[in-house]
Design a binder for this molecule. Structure first.
Ligand SMILES: NC(=O)c1ccc[n+]([C@@H]2O[C@H](COP(=O)([O-])OP(=O)(O)OC[C@H]3O[C@@H](n4cnc5c(N)ncnc54)[C@H](O)[C@@H]3O)[C@@H](O)[C@H]2O)c1
Ligand SMILES: Nc1ncnc2c1ncn2[C@@H]1O[C@H](COP(=O)(O)OP(=O)(O)OP(=O)(O)O)[C@@H](O)[C@H]1O
Length: 429
């Protein structure tokens, strides 16, 4: 109780900007932030919202930095809440199960469209662009100029993009970037909003830059001539968002003393794939769900996918397409050599363990959102569970409408010529 009280006091001190951010950052602030939001959810003062408050001291306060870089950069705070069927209320009916007179019932489902409402104006935007695309570069130049000149925002870009902008015009000297990749781990404490210019892969790239909390991401595809209206409404808010849950993947080597002795974890937005790589042998993967044996995968491999990734590799391997707000982990085999293997969808709270048994004829390979392949030798295991840091992506309309549009327009789901009206009829029905 004492630790909870101290944490609640620290959170409110931080909320009022009284706390020294160095101390917050030096501690394991991820779990602290996580505990604080849990703490407040227990005390009830933020039962239906998740607050994000941080007053930051710019880390690069080195001797030759200019005055404004030493000022405290205030990250915009926002609150997430659930709208109930269009009402702009904070309350939403809990999905509770009540047992009265032998009848088990659940409360009526409320709308779970999550809405982001700015509590202070966003000040800093990070723009991430798909490389080697002329149309993206043209859109990026227009967007950076508009965000700075019309919206007076600080703009961060990747070092590559800053070079491209300066090649366009020396007037882009105000655009900020970072010197080395170690600074990327602090970006989430400065950036209020991320804008991606590209496709799904650019959103994956943006998510991979944040190994903890992720700022709201506004994905722009390439045909975005109305970007000013769209960004105006995003900066003004409130905006509907989809919280895209990620999977936390850890490799545990056979030599490890216990399961906590893992290598650097990976966070995936689409899926982790365990496959046979260049080996010509079938994989032989022993799969466990919360230590219960599930099955042994003998085939080309296995995909553990998020619901956001259900329309990517998992789809190609025969998995179901699942709405991104459905909490779950897709368990999809790749070309299993079996007449009875069907994909599964497991609950979001489980830990899945994939182990390469000692009698396997060959090692396996794990890849994370299609990248960073790691060898899994006999006795090695991959642990996969839901990560505590989802990727908040801005909706064009709302989570459901956006999902249905993506499977209709992007994947042409169930696109079929409609049967003609004329023809035989069932007269006597
Ligand atoms: N056989 C396959 O279908 C296959 C094989 C390898 C990788 N992939 C997918 O490619 C992803 C990596 O994407 P990338 O852009 O970095 O590589 P990439 O540029 O090779 O893209 C592969 C394709 O997957 C699409 N894609 C990615 N995520 C998607 C999603 N959530 N829903 C629908 N389509 C999606 C991309 O738009 C692209 O068309 C991996 O996460 C994996 O899902 C698919
Ligand atoms: N900022 C970036 N830096 C490096 N690589 C990137 C960046 N943004 C995207 N990529 C990579 O570029 C590739 C293509 O990106 P993306 O899939 O977004 O483009 P696209 O193929 O036009 O979109 P889609 O696949 O949705 O049609 C992906 O493999 C992605 O990982």
């Amino acid at each position: 109780m004492e630790q909870k009280a101290r944490m609640a006091e620290q959170f409110s001190a931080e909320k009022n900007g009284d706390i020294d951010c160095e101390r917050v950052k030096n501690s394991d602030n991820q779990s602290m932030l996580q505990n604080e939001s849990n703490e407040h959810s227990e005390t009830g003062c933020m039962k239906h919202g998740i607050w994000s408050h941080e007053v930051l001291r710019d880390r690069e306060s080195d001797s030759n930095s200019n005055a404004d870089r030493n000022k405290i950069m205030r990250k915009a705070s926002f609150k997430l809440s659930w709208w109930c069927n269009g009402e702009n209320g904070d309350q939403h009916k809990h999905d509770i199960v009540s047992f009265e007179r032998g009848n088990i019932t659940t409360a009526e489902r409320s709308s779970k469209q999550i809405s982001l409402k700015w509590e202070s104006d966003p000040q800093t935007v990070l723009i991430l662009t798909k490389p080697n695309s002329v149309s993206v570069r043209i859109l990026c130049v227009q967007m950076v100029r508009w965000l700075r000149e019309r919206k007076k925002l600080n703009v961060y870009v990747e070092p590559r993009v800053k070079v491209e902008l300066l090649a366009e015009s020396s007037n882009f000297s105000y655009v900020q970037t970072w010197k080395d990749d170690s600074e990327i781990s602090h970006l989430h404490m400065k950036v209020d909003l991320v804008i991606t210019l590209g496709g799904d892969g650019t959103v994956l790239w943006a998510a991979s830059m944040f190994k903890g909390p992720v700022p709201p991401i506004v994905p722009f595809s390439l045909d975005s001539e109305h970007f000013k209206d769209c960004l105006d409404s995003v900066l003004r808010g409130p905006i509907s968002i989809t919280l895209r849950h990620r999977l936390l993947c850890r490799v545990v080597r056979d030599a490890a003393k216990n399961e906590y002795e893992t290598e650097e974890p990976f966070l995936v937005l689409n899926e982790v794939t365990i496959d046979r790589g260049i080996s010509s042998y079938l994989t032989n993967l022993e799969c466990y769900c919360d230590n219960s044996f599930v099955t042994c995968v003998q085939g080309d491999g296995l995909i553990l996918s998020t619901t956001s990734g259900s329309t990517a590799y998992s789809l190609a391997a025969g998995g179901s397409m699942v709405h991104p707000q459905v909490p779950g982990i897709l368990f999809t085999p790749i070309c299993p050599h079996s007449l009875s293997f069907r994909p599964l969808i497991l609950p979001e709270h489980v830990t899945v363990r994939i182990m390469v048994p000692f009698n396997s004829r060959s090692p396996a390979w794990a890849s994370f959102d299609g990248k960073d392949r790691k060898l899994l030798a006999a006795g090695d295991a991959l642990l996969c569970s839901m990560a505590p840091w989802p990727v908040p992506t801005a909706c064009q309309v709302d989570s459901t409408n956006d999902f249905l549009r993506s499977i209709h327009d992007g994947l042409h789901w169930n696109l079929r010529k409609t049967q003609s009206f004329d023809g035989p009829r069932d007269r006597d029905l």
